[in-house]
Write a protein of this length. Sequence first.
Lengths: 360, 260
Amino acid sequence: MARAVDVPAPSLRQRPWVRRAAPLLLVVLLAVLPLVLPESTNETLARIGVFAVAVLGLNVVMGYTGQVSLGQIFFLGLGAYITGYGVQQDWNVVLVFLLACLGAALAGLVVALAAARLGGLAIAMVTIALPIVGVPLAKRLSDYTGGSQGLSARFADAPEATGLYDDQWQLYVVLVIGGIVFLLTRSLVRGKFGRAFAIVKGNEAVAASMGISPYRYKVLAFTIASLIGGVSGFLYMFVIQYTSPETMSFGHSIELVAAMVIGGAGSIVGSLLGGAYYVLVPELTNQVDSSLTALLQGVVLLAVLFVLPGGLASLVRRLGRGRRRLRAEPGPGASPTTPLSTAGSATATEEPGTERRGHA
Amino acid sequence: MAAELTLRDVSLQFGGIKVLQDVGFVVEPGQIFGLVGPNGAGKTSLFNCISGHYKPTSGTVRIDDAEVQGARPATLAGHGLARTFQHPALQLHETVLENVLLGGHSRLPGSPLGWALRTPGTRRAEKAMRTEALDLLERNGLAWAAHLPADELSHGLHKGVELCRALLMKPKLLLLDEPAAGLPHAEVETLIATVRRLRAEDDVTVVIVEHHMGLIAALTDRVVVLDHGRTLMEGSAAEAQSDPRVIEAYIGKDAADDAA
């Protein structure tokens, strides 16, 4: 029946050639952009990519699975420190990357095994402890972390063969790694595991009666979130090339939660927007008046939450739905989350980690 | 492969309150079995002992040959048990199809990494499960709603969706918790037809907790009547309806005398 309506006026987005060409176009665009943009823009985009990945991880456990985590920044910090240490020891960079991911995932697993057993808000309480413990720990373990001085590592110089500037090379690496993480997470949160995470968030009794152990899936979600946090830590070190105990301060962790909520909880596009918010808004408010930065950020936070409780992503979704309703064809396969493809292209310049199908 | 459910001497105490005392019965494979009794008789407590939400203080619950009392609900799904809830708990913003697909969870293979990578195996399994879910919706007259968000459907239809979700688990034993509660008469008729067809088409044992005597009489092969946590009688629905002890339990002794 839907097809009968479909034939006379097929939505632009539903046409097969558009569906195939749009991701391709986006990949080409993202491949060309770093070459033409000025250095400072490239650097900003790379930073947005780093924090978009961190917010994405937070979204897995908090947005999709409904477990409040206030410690995501700890896993970013852990990944950054592991990366910094590995680079200083001259380890192979691929090995360093894997260690950063696995180290963060392992730490997350251990924390979650204990915290998820307590249930309810206990996870939030335990995760508060992570950045609070992390900062002094990083100061104490100065043999590995450089103490309060921090740790710097230069390993992001563009290889000569590429003929790229460093900022271009860094952005490309962030785009590729971040893009892959986004695509993998996007598939994960649909299908079997996405439904399981959603029902653990929605109703644990129903989850259990479907054979989904809420405990095991909370641990799984938290571990995946930590792993993605580790990836963002590696990218952080790659782009910023310096980390200190301050990196994983509690304040930053809260800002990350705010960025996730503003971007849109339980949304892939929202994670990108959250990353953009995390990086851009402090810069903008700083330009307005540096003494009022925190205040202005608070105003932005409240304004967004009052106008768009579902975050910026809900705006994107609403626009997509409105357009679809105008065309009067829901399309059998189109779930409410499909506007992703337009969202990606509409805001491509702000979202470096998106939709790199060609590389995935 | 319908399962046999055996309860022996099941008792449940909360502090000093004896909710259930030595309740025992056997539900044979393929039977539709009713659990009835006035409010507060312990029906829901007994239901929760079977579904794993309560652990009986003493006694045994067996599904086929496995002793399952005290097992966690998530483990019981592995023994082939599925249940519906008195108040259907659906993911309201998701489509009906997505809600039903949740029931296929345990039958879908693959690791998180496999699903993240969308391996051919996971894609094939998801596609097959989708077909199965749509087929179930079709058989229960809900195919038209498959792609609507669940919150656009009525309470009665939610019950149908929830039943499809439970059936997608391919259960051997299905527990229905007050399926007729809050349904208008016409929808109770639909429900009766659905459960009847279930018995004819799927190989499953069904246990129903219900107040609605019409539904119990129309569907069940056998009932147990509970009162004050004890078994009052066991037999056919017709026997239960004419048993003076049951009438007394439902409407009180004086009223029963008046009626006689």
